[in-house]
Design a protein around this ligand. Structure first.
Ligand SMILES: [Zn+2]
Ligand SMILES: [Zn+2]
Length: 111
C-alpha cells in the first residue's frame, strides 16, 4: 500500500539532500510533472500552474518545450532549484541548454 503526502516537504528535502538521484519521469495530465528519486524511493509530483523559460532567451511555448525535453531526453533534464515556500521550482536541460521556471500550485509525494 502506498502512502501519499500532500506536502512539499519531501520534495524539498530530496532536493536538498540528494538532488543527483532526483529525475524527471513524465508529465501527467494536464500539467503534473512527475519526478522520482532512487535514494528515498519516493515519487514527487508537482502541479504546475505556469511554465516559463527565459534563458538563454525567452520563449513563448515553455510548456511544449519542457514536454518535449521530458519525453525525448528526460535524463538531460535536472532540477536546478526548489523552494516550496515560494511555490517555485526550476529545471535545466543540458541537451537544449535551456532553463525552465515552474510556478507550482501543489506538491505531493508518495511511496
Ligand atoms: Zn530523494
Ligand atoms: Zn531539452
Amino acid at each position: 500500500m502506498s502512502s501519499i503526502y500532500k506536502s512539499g516537504a519531501f520534495a524539498q528535502q530530496c532536493f536538498a539532500a540528494h538532488r543527483e538521484t532526483l529525475s524527471f519521469r513524465k508529465i501527467g495530465p494536464p500539467s503534473d510533472v512527475i519526478m522520482d528519486c532512487s535514494s528515498c524511493e519516493m515519487e514527487h509530483s508537482l502541479s504546475v500552474l505556469e511554465f516559463s523559460s527565459t534563458l538563454p532567451q525567452p520563449i513563448e511555448n515553455a510548456f511544449d518545450h519542457f514536454n518535449n525535453c521530458i519525453s525525448q531526453h528526460a535524463r538531460a533534464l535536472r532540477v536546478s532549484a526548489m523552494d516550496i515556500s515560494k511555490d517555485f521550482a526550476a529545471a535545466r536541460c543540458s541537451e537544449c541548454n535551456r532553463s525552465f521556471d515552474l510556478e507550482i500550485g501543489a506538491f505531493q509525494s508518495s511511496r
